[in-house]
Design a protein around this ligand. Structure first.
Ligand code: ACO
Length: 328
């Protein structure tokens, strides 16, 4: 099996900042409620750019930082719950925009775990020798599927994209351990958004469909606090590491209180979790790569650092990746 490492990251979020007080002009809410219940202060909301545009901008930055030619990319995987279209995939649109003519391209749907799943897929394709260089992206324009009249959900989400370039490595192994799982039986209804109902000339009663996100906040909260420690324990155990070996945990940025509670369960300080939720809100599949790229740009990551990415989301889906940072 080949070794795999991350050789570059990139991210992009729309310019338009929407603060909690901006939202208080749309729904009956206020900064105090949103900040104290979630940790979110503001989020970025698109004024027209769709998921493929955000993805392309994040991808171009990752390509530049990795110092590769787009023609070297063998595979593009986009994790998204809010694609531009059913057909073509976001990945195919990105391929055309970045000139990755030699790549195979597809999207995967794993909600907020989308980037962890995409990273896993990219890693497996390189490990088995099918690919040498892979572009993985987590991107969302959730603002188009949110019910802007529902204060219990519209205050939580934001738009953004993050990307990473994975490459086969002769000597160094950067992706040390991966754990993923799904639970479609318990909790599929905790976070949902319908697609198109079955409709054709042979059906008389067509279901109503409004394509908006619905959420059972308390159930998601309980799920998050339990699954984060489980995923982290699993990748540590697979690699025979302890939590003390880990410099940072980069979690899906859903809610600060979920992270505080997970930290308590793990008996670690919540400072070990890198958070930028206050500035971006919950960007679903984009939240982990947005945070990872921000950390790289801030110079927080050094060669040899061990970090864990951990995601959880609708499906239910969950997963973690233990990484050794290999970029100087
Ligand atoms: N502003 C003001 N009041 C509000 C708002 C708001 N934006 N939203 C709800 N309320 C009110 C409710 O109407 C309710 O009022 P009532 O008592 O008069 O009926 C009160 O606040 C309490 O509502 P709850 O839903 O019980 O609030 P809770 O303490 O559970 O917090 C929250 C809600 C923040 C959503 C919490 O359940 C949570 O964090 N859950 C996790 C959900 C999450 O992170 N989802 C992200 C997407 S899923 C994912 O990324 C995997």
């Amino acid at each position: 099996m080949n070794n795999v490492k991350i050789i570059g990251t990139g991210s992009y979020a729309p310019d338009r900042i929407v603060t909690n007080s901006d939202l208080s002009e749309i729904v009956d809410t206020n900064d105090e409620w949103i900040s104290s219940r979630t940790g979110i202060k503001e989020r970025r909301i698109t004024t027209g750019e769709d998921t493929s545009v955000l993805s392309t901008k994040a991808a171009l930055e990752a390509i530049k930082n990795a110092n590769i030619d787009p023609l070297e990319i063998d595979l593009v995987v986009v994790g998204t719950a809010s694609p531009d279209k059913f057909i073509p995939s976001t990945a195919c649109i990105v391929q055309a925009e970045i000139g990755a003519e030699n790549a195979t391209c597809f999207d995967i749907a794993a909600a907020c775990s989308g980037f962890v799943y995409a990273l896993n897929i990219g890693t497996q394709f390189i490990k088995t020798g099918q690919c040498k260089t892979v572009l993985v992206i987590g991107a969302e324009v959730l603002s188009k599927i949110i019910d802007w009249s529902d204060r219990s959900t519209c205050v939580l989400f934001g738009d953004g994209a993050g990307a990473a370039i994975l490459q086969r490595s002769q000597d160094e192994n950067g992706i040390l351990s991966i754990y993923t799982g799904s639970d479609g039986r318990n909790g599929a209804e905790f976070l949902a958004c319908s697609a198109v109902p079955v409709r054709n000339p042979f059906i008389t009663a067509v279901e109503k469909n409004d394509n908006i996100v619905t959420m059972s906040g308390k159930d998601i909260f309980r799920f998050g606090t339990k699954i984060i420690p489980k995923c982290i324990d699993q990748v540590l155990e697979n690699q025979d590491c302890t939590i003390e070996d880990i410099k940072y945990i980069v979690p899906h940025q859903a809610n600060m209180r979920i992270i505080d509670s997970a930290a308590k369960r793990l008996e670690i300080h919540s400072d070990k979790f890198y958070m930028n939720l206050d500035k971006y809100g919950n960007t679903s599949a984009a939240s982990i790569p947005l945070a990872l790229d921000e950390m790289a740009r801030k110079g927080l990551l050094h060669r040899g650092d061990k970090i864990i990415l951990v995601g959880f989301g609708g499906g239910l889906t969950f997963g973690a990746v233990l990484i050794e940072w290999m970029i100087d």
